[in-house]
Design a protein around this ligand. Sequence first.
Ligand code: SF4
Length: 359
Amino acid sequence: MSEFARRVANGLGPWFLQHQRDLSWRRTRDPYAIWVSEIMLQQTRVETVESYFEGFLRRFPDVGSLAAADESQVLAAWSGLGYYRRARLLHAGAKYVASELGGALPDSAEKLRKIPGVGKYTAGAIASIAFERPSALVDGNVARVLSRLQAIEDPKLQDAGAAGHWTLAQQIVEAGSPRVLAQALMELGATVCTPVQPKCLVCPVRSECAAHRKGLQDVIPAPKKRAPSPRQDLWAVAVRHRGRVLIERRPSEGLLAGMWCLPLIERAEGGERATPAEVAAATGVTVQAIETFAEPVKHVFTHRVWVMWPCRGEADPAAEMAQETGRKGQAETLWIAPGERPVGGIPRLTEKLLERIGY
Ligand code: SF4
């Protein structure tokens, strides 16, 4: 182990014990609860996770209860957290742990990585935080801290995947309590060594930091040149019949897989409104006239932006049977009254669309 890693660990450990934020998942050593928290925290703010974490654990207190649940129940408990693929993978992981590992999470990062949905970072987090195993974990926050500590200026060596970061992180967690040091690295990145305007004056490892010494803390890591996510314009069609509105379950693959949403239709460039023919093709329901709302609902996925233009139309009374059965059996559909929601709930995006059209 390098002397540098030891000095960094000596600075981080006591600082974390004194200054850590009081977060729900820090009050437990239950590996399952820590696993749930790590999955929820991916791409989601700490404050948001705080408001879902305990409710999810009340609903599914252990691996067995999660493994035995239906997917719709899991998605319902996840509803509002977004990135539903994570919930599906967590569910698949719980089934694997229940059936292959007797319901107990293994204590080494190597074995943890065999669980569906558990990557290198999550395995390191569970092994170090729940089991006190010296297992490195490097995400974007930790990579930024390590890049600055060493004043790494080459963008290729700044990312979370850089081998040098994993080696140094490993040495740091080996220099004391892995549980404390792994969380200390994450906490420093989240609260002190922030992406913009790092708080070097209160940093517990300032004396070890090469970027601070050289005045490079604001330019490391180099800003990423991100191509803008492709934008997709869609009509979100509210077909109404006897005061109820038609929603459908999205396909089991792709964005919002398995979630309830208004039927979506690709909006042609310059298209002013969805046509009755398009609506009939998408929903199996004939409508007479379609009213379009001016304000779209925007939703940003990881690699795509959906701009959804709400519109609504009354189902043609002459097409009663088709209206009752929905879209000719191609998709699961439901007619809901204002304020009514399907069992299992709906994603926030659908909620916004329904609010926009007055449901
Ligand atoms: Fe980050 Fe500043 Fe601390 Fe260096 S001194 S690790 S740049 S907060």
